[in-house]
Ligand binder design. Sequence first.
Ligand SMILES: CC(C)(COP(=O)(O)OP(=O)(O)OC[C@H]1O[C@@H](n2cnc3c(N)ncnc32)[C@H](O)[C@@H]1OP(=O)(O)O)[C@@H](O)C(=O)NCCC(=O)NCCS
Length: 139
Amino acid sequence: MITYTDSLDGITADGLRGGFFDGWGSPPTPETHLQILRGSFAVVLALDGDRVVGFITAVSDGVSAAYLPHLEVLPAYRGQGIGTALARQMLEKLNHLYMIDLICDADLQPFYERLGLRRYTAMIRRNYAAQSGTFELAD
Ligand SMILES: CC(C)(COP(=O)(O)OP(=O)(O)OC[C@H]1O[C@@H](n2cnc3c(N)ncnc32)[C@H](O)[C@@H]1OP(=O)(O)O)[C@@H](O)C(=O)NCCC(=O)NCCS
């Protein structure tokens, strides 16, 4: 059975070893993943026992604006409503804020529209040398 929590109590790097950041060239390690969760303003996790199978994070000033940088469900658990539940619970937690923004691929826009978000434009910068969460100096 999948359960949901917004607490990091008892969550260890070992519980994050399922293969998150699927498809990333330089994925964060489970230890760095735990740092990402701890440094976030808010998190919601989907758990299968003590194993994390999905997560969403928010960074925020706590007053006006939040950005949702990460939402992922492990491939074997997708298509069961877990991603929707994670996003819904996070949006509920941030309901008091004016701005909630995220970046997604065009094919995911219908997924977020079903959750009440609307399409907009964005600007981004990506420093791929820092993708793993550990900045790597170029030679
Ligand atoms: C996006 C993601 C979190 C959805 O999680 P999930 O648990 O499968 O989501 P749900 O079961 O609640 O909803 C599934 C629906 O999402 C939509 N969806 C998910 N991924 C999609 C994609 N890449 N393209 C188009 N639609 C997608 C589909 O409509 C799907 O409906 P279906 O089950 O009828 O096919 C998951 O696919 C994932 O981790 N993807 C990789 C990371 C990612 O892209 N994260 C989003 C960052 S903005």
